[in-house]
Design a protein around this ligand. Structure first.
Ligand code: CA
Length: 341
């Protein structure tokens, strides 16, 4: 189901030569003309490590600016990976939503956009749209595989997991599942973002790339265990793709695949207050069971409001800040993949 790539029609430029062997570290420069800098550029960091024939693999971090295990792992690869130890071409982009990364925020402070809801971007749009368009139209056509390394960000605490983006192409879906399982994270989860196709992983699937996502805890912090899982998982996937010379394809633990099964997976706040969760991440829960309650601590006369799970499964993620408002995601439940009640 490869879509014919649209040629890149923007005006970004770079000193990186994508055909050159060895290691290069530099920037993609997007002409950008804010009040403070009429003729300046937004610089998106990029490294290319290339050695001989082999797959081209793109690894993205900083899609959201408050998620850190992926960008740390990508920076380490850029500095430390010996080109002689690999075959193919690795394109490393640790901070694609660069203004959000610099501000440590989920969305860009420049145009207010969520980088993961603008794909395939617009080369003549706002800065966030321009960066997505460059990756979609200039980088993806060179690539065979795409890893998008997320964590839960400031508002979520998520079980460390490797993520399958569902693809309608059965063969690509099978190759995606194999690559995601090669990551060997403690959990493997199918996440469709409620069917939203404007994400980086959905765009990568549409372009026919083998696609791997992650969620590595969150809370706007660097998690010790998730960072180790991320470092190891990325190397596992590169070995699985045949890129790392001498690294045998990893032997992975057999794990059930989970999924976020549509809106019933999400427990949303229905009023203002402080959310008290009843279960820790990883605990088994069932539909109809109380998930937690919302306290109005400034109003003792009002009883807490109980929220209930809508699905059977395990608690996969929880809201990190205690304060909630109507519509906030308080808890997420992951269910066994493919099972329907
Ligand atoms: Ca994210």
């Amino acid at each position: 189901m490869n879509t014919t790539p649209q040629p890149y029609a923007g005006n970004a430029f770079t000193e990186i030569d994508f055909e050159k062997p060895g290691r290069q570290i530099g920037f993609i420069n997007f002409p950008h003309s804010p009040h403070s800098d009429a003729w300046g550029v937004t610089q998106v960091p990029i490294a290319v490590i290339s050695n001989g024939a082999g797959p081209t693999v793109v690894i993205e971090g900083g899609n959201h600016g408050d998620e850190y295990e992926g960008p740390i792992t990508i920076g380490e690869l850029a500095r430390d990976l010996d080109p002689g130890s690999m075959q193919g071409r690795l394109i490393l982009m640790p901070a694609n939503n660069v203004h959000a990364v610099l501000a440590a925020t989920r969305t860009s402070p420049v145009d207010g956009l969520n980088f993961n809801r603008v794909w395939p971007g617009d080369p003549m749009g706002s800065i966030t749209q321009q960066i997505a368009a460059y990756v979609a139209h200039r980088i993806f056509p060179m690539a065979d595989a795409f890893l998008d390394l997320h964590s839960g960000g400031s508002s979520l605490d998520i079980l460390p997991s490797a993520i399958i983006e569902p693809s309608g192409d059965a063969d690509l879906h099978r190759r995606n599942v194999a690559a995601v399982q090669a990551f060997d994270a403690p959990y493997t989860v199918v996440i469709s973002n409620l069917g939203d196709k404007r994400t980086a992983t959905a765009a990568a699937c549409a372009a026919g790339l083998v696609t791997v996502g992650t969620e590595m805890r969150g809370c706007g912090a660097v998690s010790l265990d998730a960072l180790q899982i991320c470092r190891r998982g990325v190397r596992n996937v590169l070995a699985h793709l045949g890129m790392l010379v001498g690294d045998a394809s990893p032997v992975c633990a057999e794990r059930p695949i989970l999924e976020l099964r549509g809106p019933s997976a999400y427990v949303y706040a229905t009023e203002d207050g402080i959310f008290e969760p009843f279960h820790a991440n990883g605990e088994q829960v069932s539909a109809g069971q109380p998930a937690g309650r919302i306290h109005r601590i400034w109003d003792m006369a009002t009883k807490p409001l109980t929220l209930h799970y809508g699905a059977d499964g395990i608690v996969y993620g929880r809201r990190h800040p205690g304060r909630v408002a109507p519509g906030n995601c308080c808890v997420v439940v992951a269910s066994p993949y493919g099972e329907r009640k």
